[in-house]
Design a protein around this ligand. Structure first.
Ligand SMILES: NC(=O)c1ccc[n+]([C@@H]2O[C@H](COP(=O)([O-])OP(=O)(O)OC[C@H]3O[C@@H](n4cnc5c(N)ncnc54)[C@H](O)[C@@H]3O)[C@@H](O)[C@H]2O)c1
Ligand SMILES: O=C(O)C1=N[C@H](C(=O)O)CCC1
Length: 250
């Protein structure tokens, strides 16, 4: 059976360099290109890449994806910084290239995906929900893509269950003290040397709290998700939001 032809964009970065090693080690994949900053995207087509794993920077991801989708190269995207406007733009490119698939995974680690799912399931049972994400200080975006997605899922679950707004009597606060508001869910971002990627979801009800915590301790935690995404995206046209769609969780 022929091997899946995979490229990595952002190949010299923290997660990109780990992805290069993971693709090289996968028996069913061939690493056909490893692009760093300044390398021309035409390398992807020249190398015959079927899938591009995009792990760069919020400032670079859109140009890279436009090229990939226009050339029918499937995308597995870990880069963060997604807004509704950016997603709409990506969908319009995909509409014009209906056989191409793009997976955007705010987090490729299985534990983080499960954290999001557990938070979504628990959300309607508690009056209060807040998210704390903790990352290394070289991270470009805040809140993390994972925390933003977690908060959105919690908010959607609460809305679907007709939950009232969260109790919060704060009438005076320093700017930022209550975190960023993501669809009504406060999200707090910590940047600390020594950390990699960590998240706590705090849920509170009368007389009890539930804390769901996940820790990524090494970039290897993201690799099984990236490889799974590459295998599945080639048969999944359009936009897939979240690795959970490839995990058969239900
Ligand atoms: N989804 C996940 O599970 C997950 C996990 C870790 C990191 N991330 C995200 O991945 C992205 C990269 O994270 P990182 O910690 O590896 O950052 P990093 O700064 O270590 O690496 C990014 C690399 O991309 C390169 N780059 C920038 N623009 C480029 C371009 N146009 N073409 C090719 N290469 C380019 C940079 O030179 C750098 O080497 C961030 O958005 C981060 O949030 C996602
Ligand atoms: O190190 C990063 O940067 C990470 N970014 C993702 C996010 O923003 O959620 C996933 C975890 C690591």
């Amino acid at each position: 059976m022929s091997k899946l032809r995979v490229a990595v964009i952002g190949a010299k970065g923290r997660i990109g360099s780990e992805a290069v090693r993971a693709v090289e080690a996968a028996e069913d994949m061939e690493l056909v290109a490893a692009l760093g900053r300044g390398d021309g995207l035409e390398t992807l087509t020249e190398a015959g890449a079927q899938v591009a794993v995009e792990l760069t920077h919020p400032d670079a991801v859109m140009d890279n994806l436009e090229f990939c989708v226009r050339n029918g190269i499937h995308g597995v995207v870990g880069t963060t910084g997604w807004t509704d406007e950016r997603l709409a733009q990506l969908r319009s490119w995909l509409d014009a290239s209906p056989r191409t698939g793009v997976l955007i995974a705010p987090n490729f680690s299985i534990g983080a995906v499960l954290t999001m799912r557990f938070a979504q399931q628990a959300a309607r049972f508690f009056e209060s929900a807040e998210v704390i994400e903790l990352h290394h200080p070289n991270k470009a975006d805040a809140p993390s893509g994972t925390a933003a997605r977690t908060a959105k899922l919690i908010a959607e679950a609460r809305a679907a269950a007709d939950c009232p707004p969260q109790p919060d009597a704060t009438s005076s606060a320093l700017d930022g003290a209550r975190g960023a508001d993501v669809d009504g869910i406060p999200v707090h971002s910590v940047r600390l040397r020594g950390l990699l990627a960590h998240q706590e979801v705090l849920l509170g009800g009368v007389g009890e709290t539930l804390t769901i915590r996940h820790d990524s301790l090494h970039h290897s935690s993201f690799m099984p998700g990236i490889l799974l995404g590459a295998r599945r995206v080639v048969a999944t046209p359009g936009l897939t939001m979240g690795l959970e769609n490839f995990l058969d969780l239900d």
